[in-house]
Design a protein around this ligand. Sequence first.
Ligand code: URA
Length: 472
Amino acid sequence: MHMTLPVIGTVAAWRARVRGLAAEGIAPGDVVWQVGEDAGTLFADARPSIPPRQLRINRAALHEIETALCHSDPERFNRAHDVLLRLNDGLVWGDRTDPAVRRILEQAKSVRRDIHKMHAFVRFREVGASGPRRAFAAWFEPEHSIVEVGTPFFAKRFGDMDWVIATPLVTARFDGQLRFEETRSTAPPPPDATEELWRTYYASIFNPARVMVKAMQSEMPRKFWKNLPEADLIPGLIRGAETRVRQMQEREAEEAPARRLAVARRMATPDRPMPEAGSLEALRAQAADCARCPLHAPATQTVFGEGPPDAPVVFVGEQPGDQEDLAGRPFIGPAGRVFDEVALEAGLDRGRIYITNAVKHFKFTQRGKRRIHQRPATPEIHACQGWLEAELAMIRPRLIVAMGATALQTLTGSGAGLLQRRGMMEQTKKGVPVLITIHPSYLLRLPDAELARAERVRFCQDLAKAAHFLAA
Ligand code: URA
């Protein structure tokens, strides 16, 4: 049996077809999949003769399988079909001894890598303006079908401009809304005068700290180089790079492109009243659009708190880190792992606690590919305070634990003298008890192993106080 899938929305169409095939009892080996037919054929074989079958698949498995479906391997549809049916019949997800599962995991990984490359290597050229918005275009040749999953990143990062990313198969277009269409011309744009201008522009924004030729070659296969108009400028740029790196280090590191920050500042509305929300979930949804301070612009997303809405204890940290910013969840990076370990030792039941941050966006400076954490400034802490207060008002915990000076400042009005105040109880303006302790990342920064061990024990003692308070 032949099954055709559209070029846009391939994965969703495959999912629907597989349910239909499962209902009809058609085995994976009896299907030949193909991408890119005309709509007539598409709808002809899309209509199952009986209602589609619901398959019970866990979310993590489905996510990996659908990521792997973006791979260019023509066998991927049959393999995924087979694994989906077997998962529904009790196969345990993640078993790498199963060749099909292993292949899916490997392919999902290489799709993620391709997406990462797209994020790192797409180069926009300015192509004019449409009204007040500037317009940009880029050509990119991914290895896999990643345009639909890879471009929401650009919509988030470059939401204040119009842009087009063309690839040989699919073109993504953004004008406030992200749309996809099949690419009509499969040839990259010719190198012309505009290209020349763009090269000059690139030379002026060239970041010498990024020139690590070996790393660049291993990260970016040669096939990507031809899409970079700057490629033949690189040798000259490298020569001047060392001096410029030194100059850059001497200057204060740039926080985010000036233009983006300027826009963010205009959009920042710290004095606007906090929205009313009837539930923690509604509050989370409102916070997702927060633009009360400029930190929202370079960050990937708002990282809201997590935990039961009636948790008896709320832990408050400083702000999300790099991994939290990407995943949209608090305390899942290195500091979160320390917190988890020590909380377990202290007898805290993580299922009963709510964990959040004083500031809900990641503040960082970009150094090459790395995003280096920066402490939030007082205006940023103030701009975000309303979210924390609203979370606390909704949860009404019996105890709040302030981890680190920023949380302490937000909760009590002063973050000074953290190490003298740790282990003690104070209270918020509303009279809720606040237990003071260090931030778990402090333990990661201590250079002396002995001191780090001793501090970890004290942190554990502080958390044990919270556990006793809850048990009382
Ligand atoms: N540090 C914090 O304060 N919060 C996080 O979510 C992660 C690291």
